[in-house]
Ligand binder design. Structure first.
Ligand SMILES: [Zn+2]
Length: 649
């Protein structure tokens, strides 16, 4: 019998089957709670396996809806979401379950292994971070805060959207659009009373196009001014949001929102994160100043904020650009995939064996994955763009490695989905180098999930990994897509077989690191601001003061006073990144550090690579990444390695 589920999704009967499954689960939970003697084996394990089976049932639908979208998948997916949400909300508010977890933790603390203890710890933490364990009155206030917060974040986004849509700049003089790519000119073009005019807006592609290519500095200034002063009413929303987040954090027992946010992350404290960001800041400044001089040298006057994108583009074109077309002939999709498999085999000793099975699309393929000759996982690849597929690239986990209630080993599986150019009988799919990086990135997530050896599925693979560490394995792997030794394995001209030259590889790296220190400063400005502003309750003016003070350190070109960037910082005020924006840099440092350990050992005979497989990939979320990283490297991460990766010295 196959160790893997057959990919199947019966859309006709899906809702009925889902409802039956959930009704069964609800009954089963009630029975589990009624048991006289509740232990890890008799309570936690069956609860976990129930969730795992629900994943097995539901994942094919969400996967199909994303890769083979149709009115039918949309209809069933939309119908099923509220059903699933209601079920999981009920579970997460069932205080009896929380009490049982706490009791089992207390009773079996000495005998359970670290994987089981972490399952308990994360479940208990999950209940406590939502306040489900608090008294009725506090719970009521938390509920009010949540309702108000979601209204405010919604208003924040709406104001931003309205302001973005309310503005347009009409250009009548053709001289002002000179230098823009023809596709951008086409999208800006419209005709009125027989006259051709060009419209630019604050929406992303349009705004960026003019800021990058538009010659007329007056127009750039007008667009920039409009952009950075959008939604002034959001300043008051920020005030109220900060106050609510602070109150919520205190009700849950934390000193402030930063402490609340970090409670479930790898980073330990606000001081730790700030000092980490400050190290990067101090070490990037010198090079950022040099980069600014280089940029200033090609501009005829002193650079202003609305000039940087424009002159960066000119500098890049002149000295750092790569011609994507010149590269694509070296990256034929099938040969890239084979090369990536060969690379993983040489690095970790894992092998991939293609299998024949019917999947959702003829372009999709599947592979059995062997570690040291032992069947360990199944990988599904679906790499080409088609109309019915959502844009972007992602990894989606399907089965998770664990030992089930019967004591049998269950293997893991995962999907890697991309949107590369489609191939035909006559035309191969040729990738940009960026696409190769994307494939390595998603594969980094996939092997993190698939190569887990953990027995408890809630902390196996990518499950239970801290939010600020999840991108570590993906960025680790993507870094290899710039390494000459790795590229030479597969970057061969698809017609002549000629291997990519070192000069071409050098150019890729140079182009990747173009103005990297200036970019670093900007990201650090956002990250530091996010942490400081979430450390307490601040008025509109105080928020501005915090930002101004940070900019004294991070902004090499003085930011104009009318720039109210914070009112458009939706990531942290309307998205999930509040007191978490630093995570980008945090995971990059972990990945750069582990990457160089492998590179400095010569890549293919690296002991660190073997340790990476045994420690980071095998342990999934069963330990904090802080602990795992220490086991791997024998120390905490060094921020310097990220500077090295970005060519900052
Ligand atoms: Zn990722």
């Amino acid at each position: 019998m196959s160790k893997f589920l057959e990919f199947r999704c019966d859309l006709e009967n899906f809702i009925e089957e889902l409802e039956a499954l959930l009704a069964n689960n609800t009954k089963a939970v009630a029975l589990l709670l009624k048991q006289e003697q509740k232990t890890y084996a008799s309570f936690v394990k069956p609860m976990q396996m129930m969730e795992e089976k629900l994943e097995h049932f539901f994942t094919p639908l969400s996967h199909l809806n994303a890769v083979n979208n149709s009115p039918k998948t949309q209809e069933i997916y939309t119908l099923s979401l509220p059903i699933i949400t209601e079920y999981s909300t009920k579970l997460s508010q069932n205080i009896a379950i929380y009490t049982v977890y706490k009791d089992i933790f207390a009773q079996e603390k000495e005998t359970l292994n670290y994987e089981q203890l972490r399952v308990l710890k994360l479940n208990i933490e999950h209940f406590e971070l939502s306040g489900a364990h608090l008294d009725t009155e506090t719970k009521k206030r938390l509920e009010e805060i949540n309702v108000r917060k979601s209204t405010l974040t919604n208003n924040f986004s709406q104001n931003l959207l309205d302001a973005t849509n309310a503005y347009e700049y009409i250009i009548e003089d053709e001289a002002d659009i000179e230098g823009l790519p023809s596709s951008e000119i086409e999208s800006a073009k419209f005709e009125i009373d027989g006259v051709t005019k060009y419209k630019f807006t604050l929406q992303m592609p349009s705004y960026i196009a003019y800021m990058t290519y538009g010659k007329n500095a007056k127009i750039r200034e007008a667009l920039y001014t409009a952009y950075v002063s959008r939604a002034p009413q959001n300043a008051k929303i920020i005030e109220e949001l900060l106050s609510l987040k602070d109150e919520m954090s205190k009700l849950l027992g934390f000193t402030n929102y930063v402490a609340y946010s970090l409670a479930s992350k790898m980073a330990q404290s606000q001081e730790d994160v700030l000092s980490f960001l400050d190290t990067l800041l101090q070490k990037s400044k010198k090079q950022a100043k040099k980069e600014l001089i280089e940029l200033q040298n090609i501009a005829p006057h002193k650079l202003k904020s609305f000039d940087t994108a424009f002159y960066s583009e000119i500098l890049k074109k002149e000295q750092y650009d790569i011609d994507e077309e010149e590269y694509r002939v070296y990256f034929e999709q099938k040969s890239v995939v084979r090369g990536m498999f060969a690379f993983l085999e040489k690095l970790f000793g894992i092998t991939f064996q293609s299998i024949e099975e019917d999947l959702w699309d003829e372009k999709a393929s599947s592979y059995d994955v062997y570690v040291a000759g032992k069947l360990s996982a199944r990988l599904y690849l679906d790499l080409e763009a088609r109309e019915s597929k959502r844009g972007g690239a992602w990894m989606h986990n399907y089965q998770t490695h664990c030992i089930n209630e019967e004591g049998e080993e269950q293997l893991a599986s995962a999907f890697v989905v991309c949107n590369f150019p489609s191939s035909s009988q006559t035309n191969p799919s040729l990738l940009r180098h960026d696409d190769v990086v994307t494939l390595f990135h998603e594969m980094g997530h996939a092997i993190h999930h698939m190569l887990s050896k953990v027995n408890e599925n809630e902390v196996s693979g990518v499950n239970g990994v801290e939010w600020d560490a999840v991108e570590f394995p993906s960025q680790f792997l993507e870094n290899f897509a710039y390494e000459p030794q790795v590229l030479r394995l597969f970057a061969k001209h698809h017609e002549t077989g000629e291997i990519i030259s070192d000069t071409m590889i050098d150019k890729l790296v140079r182009s990747k690191n173009f103005l990297s220190a200036m970019g670093m400063l900007r990201q650090l400005e956002f990250s530091i601001f996010d942490l400081q502003v979430h450390s307490g309750v601040f008025s509109e003016n105080e928020v501005q003061d915090i930002l101004n003070k940070i900019r004294e350190e991070t902004a090499l070109i003085k930011t104009p006073d009318y720039n109210k960037f914070q009112n458009g910082f939706a990531h942290i005020f309307a998205g999930g990144y509040g007191a978490g924006y630093y995570s980008y840099k945090w995971a990059e440092v972990l990945s750069a550090d582990a990457f160089y350990a492998v590179v400095d050992e010569g890549i293919f005979d690296s002991k660190t690579a073997q340790k990476y497989l045994k420690i980071i990939l095998s342990c999934g979320g069963a330990k904090s990444m802080k602990e795992l990283f220490k086991e791997l490297m024998g120390r905490d991460a060094h921020a310097d390695t990220l500077l090295r990766l970005n060519g900052i010295n």
